[in-house]
Write a protein that binds this ligand. Structure first.
Ligand SMILES: NC(=O)c1ccc[n+]([C@@H]2O[C@H](COP(=O)([O-])OP(=O)(O)OC[C@H]3O[C@@H](n4cnc5c(N)ncnc54)[C@H](O)[C@@H]3O)[C@@H](O)[C@H]2O)c1
Length: 285
């Protein structure tokens, strides 16, 4: 078991969606620890800004534009990174978007974007990079962004929640596949409770139905008031990833509460139910 300063004192880190939020926090922390950080994002401006920040602090970073919803862009990224920087030690499939609204009111293209970015972005990140990492045969780490939402349900956050359930089961199977291969590759599922990021602002005006704006505002306020500081959360994440933990939580009590609720649901085989806080959030009660 390694500490973050042992595991990530050098080597190459590739992080998707690293131009803002959790991806940017992880990129900054990986840069501080001594890694060469490939800061990828769909926005070149944001990726460049984060890479510049890392370099200004004496770190090594390169910005690259990658849209994770396009598998060919992830193939190109993997080939280019290995060619230019060498073996990848840490891959974080982080890029993700929120989508709020009744299932039948979300436009088809927003559904497609949510599934393509949140699910296929992770799948094809692994598909593109894993062969190089296996071929290198060195100790390496793959971490995918799930959520405490992987263990709960929430009406009108259906599109987002189902993608996180999918990432969680994908990551569990990937862990077992690496075991089957006896590969020296650690696999982690990252389940942030709530970190202060721009995810709810980013969702605004992107095909989200107007009726969803009150729910989004409630989530935005919750994050602003109770979200964990980004730098602290990202430090916690990389410490646990370095240790090779599969379950990586920023707020373990939130993960536990979500898991307990899920276990109760399975054990009782009850109809789906909403916890008190979720009702408040939705303005029910
Ligand atoms: N913030 C939280 O509390 C929280 C909780 C649980 C899970 N997560 C997960 O963490 C991840 C990051 O979320 P965040 O809160 O930092 O979001 P954010 O909106 O602050 O940042 C997301 C970044 O991803 C980029 N991005 C969007 N679409 C992309 C695409 N197609 N290709 C490449 N990059 C793209 C954006 O440009 C942005 O820089 C997501 O997977 C999210 O589901 C976040």
């Amino acid at each position: 078991m390694k500490t973050d300063t042992e595991a990530f004192a050098g080597g190459v880190a590739v992080i998707t969606g690293a131009g803002a939020g959790i991806g940017s926090g992880l990129a900054r922390r990986a840069g501080e620890l001594g890694m060469t950080v490939v800061v990828t994002d769909i926005s070149s401006e944001r990726a460049e800004a984060v890479a510049a920040e890392i370099k200004a602090k004496g770190g090594r970073a390169e910005a690259m534009v990658v849209d994770v919803s396009k598998p060919a862009e992830l193939d190109r990224l993997a080939a280019e990174v290995v060619d230019r920087f060498g073996d990848v030690r840490l891959l974080v499939n982080n890029a993700g978007i929120e989508t709020i609204g009744y299932t039948w009111e979300i436009p088809a293209d927003r559904w497609e974007a949510t599934l393509n970015i949140n699910i296929h972005g992770v799948v094809h990140g692994v598909r593109a990079f894993a062969p190089y990492m296996l071929e290198a045969g060195k100790e390496a780490w793959i971490a995918n962004l799930a959520s405490v939402g992987a263990f709960s349900v929430m009406p009108t956050q259906t599109a987002y929640i189902m993608t996180k359930h999918a990432v969680q089961s994908f990551t569990e199977c990937l862990y077992l596949e690496m075991q089957l291969k006896q590969a020296p590759i650690h696999v982690s599922s990252i389940m942030p409770g709530m970190l202060k990021t721009s995810i709810f602002e980013a969702a605004a005006g992107k095909g989200e139905p107007e009726a969803a704006s009150a729910h989004r505002k409630a989530m935005f306020d919750l994050m602003a008031n109770y979200g964990m500081d980004l730098a602290e959360g990202c430090q916690r994440i990389l410490e646990q990833v370095a240790e090779g933990k599969f379950w990586v939580s920023t707020q373990p009590e939130m993960t536990q509460a979500a898991v307990d609720g899920r276990i109760q649901f399975f054990r009782d085989q009850s109809p789906p139910f909403l916890a008190g806080e979720a009702k408040q959030l939705l303005g029910i009660d």
